[in-house]
Design a protein around this ligand. Sequence first.
Ligand SMILES: Nc1ccn([C@@H]2O[C@H](COP(=O)(O)OP(=O)(O)OP(=O)(O)O)[C@@H](O)[C@H]2O)c(=O)n1
Length: 431
Amino acid sequence: MSDALKQGAMQIVRRLYEAGFEAYLVGGCVRDEQLGRPVKDYDIATSAHPDKVQGLFERTVPTGLQHGTVTVVIGKKPYEVTTFRREGGYEAFRRPTEVEYIDSLTEDLQRRDFTMNAMAIDQSGDLIDPFDGLKDLKRGVLRCVGQAEERFGEDALRMMRCLRFASEYGLRVEQATWDALNSGISLLRHIAMERIRAELERMVGGSDPNRALELLAESRALRHVKQELLLSGLDKETEWPPLSRLMKMEHRLAFIYIRLEADPADVEADMIKLTFSRQQMETVKRIVAAHTVLVFGLDDATEWDEESYLRRRWIAAALTYGVSALRTLREIYLLEPAPIRTDNVKVGRAVDVWRRLGPVWLEQMPVSALAELAVGGKELMGHLGVKGGPWTGRLLHRLLEAAALGELCNDKETLLAAAREHYDKMQENDE
Ligand SMILES: Nc1ccn([C@@H]2O[C@H](COP(=O)(O)OP(=O)(O)OP(=O)(O)O)[C@@H](O)[C@H]2O)c(=O)n1
C-alpha cells in the first residue's frame, strides 16, 4: 500500500523534473522513511508555480492556492504539491499572513519546524539534508531549524508538536530548543483549542503516553492554553503506571482524570473546552462517573467490606454507565500504582475486591440493559392499570437491578408480580 503511495509521489516528482522544475518529497514522509516508520502521506515541494502544476497533471484540485498548494490525484490518491515558499509576516503566532514564492529548496526547508522535518528526497531518491536532520535523528535529538525562538514564535503550535514528537519518537529535546520552548510556552494562548486537542490526543493515544505526560508536566504547557483546564493539574510529582497497557486514548484519559480526582461534570466541561467529540467525552465521562459512584460514601458505609454489598454497587454502576465502562474501570484498577488515593484503606480494599471479582460479576449478570428485560413500560402500565409517569422508568430500573443481581428471574410473570409489590411500596413512600 505504502509502496504504491510512494510510486505515485515519485511519478509527480519526476514529471515536474522532466518539465524543467525542481521537485522533492518533503516533510514528515522523508522523516518517517528514514526511521522505517509507516508513511501516511507524501508531500511534494516544487519550484513550479501552482498554475504550472495544474497544467502538468490531468487531475488536480486547487485545495490551498493561497498557500501555493495544489492537490494532484494519481490513481485515487491525493498528493499535496506546494510551491517553494517563504512565509511573510506571522499573525498572532499562528499562521503566515502572506506567502512569497521562491526558487530555493534550502530556503523552503529553512522555514520548517524541526531538522528532522526539513529533509527532502530528490527525483533520483537521494536525500537532501542541509540542516543535519538525519544526524539528529540518529542521535535521538529533536532540534529546531535555526533559532528555536523564531520557529516557535512563527507558530506556537510547534511547541506542542515538539512535545508530541519527543514522546512519540523517543527523542531528547536539544537544550536550546527546550529553553526556547520554556520561555515561549505562554504563546500557546494564541492557539485554537482544536489544534491543542489534536496534539494532546496524539500524545495521550501515542506509543509513549507516560513520556508525553512527563513532558506536558515539565513544560507546564497546558497551563498556558486559551482556556483553563483540569488537565493543567498534571504535575511532575505524580507517579503514573504504564498507561500504554490501556489500549484506547479515551481509557487513558479517563485514568488521568480519575487520578486528578475530577468530578464527571468537570470532565465534561474540560473535554468540551478541548473540542473532543461528544462520543469521546461520553466514553471518558462514563468511566469517571462509574468510579465516582462506586467510591462515593463508601467510607461511611457500615457494610463497606461485605462482598454482597460491593457486588450490588458494582452491578448498579454497570446498569447505569454500561458494562463496557465497568470493564475498562477494572482494567484501570489493575494498574499499579492504582488511580485512587492509597491513604484510604476502605476504598483501597473495595477496589481490590472489584478488580478481583468485578469481571466475574459482570459475566454472571443475567441482564445488563432495559432492552433485555422481559417486560417493558407498556406492559407495566397495562398490568397495573395506571397511566405512565416518572414512576415507570424508576420501577423498570428497580426490576432491572433485581434481575441483574439474580434476585428475580427475568420472565414476564415473575417481573409483573414483583412490579405490583414495588409499585405499592413506591406509592406508600410517595415516590
Ligand atoms: N507547525 C508546523 C507544521 C508543519 N511544518 C512543516 O510541514 C511539514 C508537514 O506538516 P504536517 O503534515 O502537519 O506534519 P508532519 O511533519 O508530516 O507529521 P505528522 O503527520 O506526524 O503531524 C512538517 O514536516 C514540517 O516540515 C512546520 O514547519 N510547522
